[in-house]
Each structure stands twice: as C-alpha cells, then as structure tokens.
Design a protein around this ligand. Sequence first.
Ligand code: SF4
Ligand code: SF4
Length: 56
Amino acid sequence: MAYKISDDCIACGACEPECPTDSITAGDPIYVIDPETCIDCGACANVCPVDAPKPE
Ligand code: SF4
Ligand code: SF4
C-alpha cells in the first residue's frame, strides 16, 4: 500500500515537508510519491488543500 497523488494536485508543496520518509518530490507538473518508501501514514493527505493524495 502507498498513497498516490492525483491530478487534482496544484503543486503547492505543502505535503513535501510533512512526509516522515521523504517520499514526496516535486514532479512535472504535479508532486509525486515514491511507492517504495511511502508508509501509508496519511500525513500528506491531512495537509493537502485539494485532497489529492489518496490511498491506493
Ligand atoms: Fe509520506 Fe505518509 Fe504521504 Fe506516504 S502517506 S507519502 S509516508 S506523508
Ligand atoms: Fe499537491 Fe496537495 Fe501536495 Fe499541494 S499538498 S503539492 S496540492 S498533493
């Protein structure tokens, strides 16, 4: 299980510093989560203004 950022992402960057495993990086055009290191904690979803990170 890992979270995945949907196309709703507005690339605000709020989620990146919240991730305890540094799994989130700025992509083009939206932010992306590395499924290999995501621990499914939901911290990114809690701070996202558009609810883009979803559990897969
Ligand atoms: Fe990082 Fe947790 Fe979001 Fe996974 S669910 S990307 S570990 S903040
Ligand atoms: Fe995208 Fe939400 Fe992360 Fe902002 S907090 S970069 S909108 S996923």
